[in-house]
Structure formats: C-alpha cells, structure tokens
Write a protein that binds this ligand. Structure first.
Ligand SMILES: Cc1cc2nc3c(=O)[nH]c(=O)nc-3n(C[C@H](O)[C@H](O)[C@H](O)COP(=O)(O)O)c2cc1C
Length: 200
C-alpha cells in the first residue's frame, strides 16, 4: 500500500529562503508527492476553496510546510485553514471529508534547539507552539504526525542544509511507501528522530 502526499507550501519570502528552497527541490524528486505552492497560486490571498477541497480528497497525507514566523505559521497558510476547512465539510456534523487522513507539519526556526527547551529562552519545544494545529487535525478527525523540524537555520552551512534536505527526501519516500510504522512514529516528538526501519 502507498500513500499519496500533498505538500501545501507557504513561504512569504521564498526569494530569500535557504532552507525551504532546498527542501522543496528535494521533495519534488519524490514520486507520489505533489507540491502546491500557496504563495505562487494565491499572491493576493484569493484562495479557490472548491479547488483546494477537491484536491485534498485525492491525498492520504497532507503536509503544511513553512518557516516559523513569530512562533506561528505564515498568514496565507492561516487563511487557507480558515477558508478551506469549512464547517460541515472538514468538521462538525457530517464534516468527515478529511477523516483518517494524516496531517504533518514541516517547519524551520531561526532559534536553535536549545532555546526551545524548558530551561531555554522560549521555554518549550517548538512543537508545543504548534499545538493548535494538532488540535485542528483532531477536530477534523485526522491523525497528526510528529513534525519534521530544522532548528537554528541562520547557523547552518550549505552542506548541512543539503543533508537536511536529503533526510527530508528519504522520509518522504518512506511515508509514500508506507515503510514507517505510524503507531510507533506517533510516540516521537519529531519525525527527525525516526530511525530508518523497514516494516516487516
Ligand atoms: C518575520 C519573521 C519572523 C520570524 N519569527 C521567528 C520565530 O518566532 N522563531 C524563530 O525561531 N525564528 C523566527 N524567524 C526565523 C525564520 O524561521 C527562519 O529564518 C526560517 O525558518 C529560515 O528558512 P528559509 O531559509 O527557508 O527562509 C523569523 C523570521 C522572519 C523573517
């Protein structure tokens, strides 16, 4: 069995990007993965709700990929959530269209990992800042998978970024090929901690 993956990509400053440019380039190599660049499609935020909903139905795993801005997601992705995940479609009575699909976030932060700890400046793991999205998935009866994260982006050398992008491509391959045990995965904080292991 294989999973079809839709990456909803939201980067307001792609021309200045180092991390996501590299990640997206690698993601486009993976068969079974479709990249949908939201800022390219909707530069004036006029989201085509019908198109987005129809597209979602075709995929098993939805990825929200974005840089972290002010401890949160970029505004176009928030707009996408507000417009596309409608009552009666995504949630609420008879709102079952996303039921049993997976949701995963892929994000990067300027802050290094140690500032996103209990004793660090930001007091908690970055994943905890994204908790509302975990709950959104639950409301839509989706399963939230541990995020793929890249911390300390400003300090990364080009070859380190390329290595992260290779890791991302490998994980996408494994997700497409159902080579990851989703139950085991759910106990992890980040999917980066996944040890490549082929399901028996
Ligand atoms: C407007 C803005 C807000 C940001 N807010 C945060 C933040 O809250 N926490 C953080 O760790 N990094 C923050 N950053 C750093 C970005 O997350 C980082 O530059 C980005 O993930 C790098 O990816 P890229 O090379 O693809 O742009 C911010 C950057 C910008 C431009």
């Amino acid at each position: 069995m294989s999973n079809k993956i839709l990456i909803l990509f939201a980067h307001p400053l792609l021309e200045k990007s180092r991390i996501h440019k590299a990640l997206i380039r690698r993601a486009r190599n993976v068969m079974g993965v479709h990249v949908h660049d939201l800022y390219e499609h909707y530069p004036i935020f006029n989201i085509d709700i019908h198109f987005e909903q129809k597209q979602l139905l075709k995929y098993d795993l939805i990825i929200w990929q974005h840089p972290v801005y002010w401890y949160s997601i970029p505004p176009l992705l928030k707009q996408w959530i507000d417009m596309v995940l409608e009552f009666g479609w995504a949630y609420g009575k008879d709102g079952n269209k996303l039921q049993d699909k997976y949701l995963m976030q892929v994000f990067s932060s300027g802050g290094p990992m140690h500032v996103y700890t209990e004793t660090g400046r930001n007091k908690r793991p970055l994943r905890e800042y994204m908790y509302c999205h975990e709950q959104t998935a639950s409301l839509c009866k989706m399963e939230y998978l541990p995020p793929f994260v890249i911390h300390g982006t400003h300090l990364l050398r080009d070859e380190q970024i390329e290595q992260e992008a290779i890791n991302y491509e490998r994980i996408l391959h494994q997700l497409v090929n159902s080579a990851i045990d989703m139950e085991e995965l759910k106990s992890m904080l980040y999917i980066n901690d996944w040890e490549p292991k082929i399901k028996k």
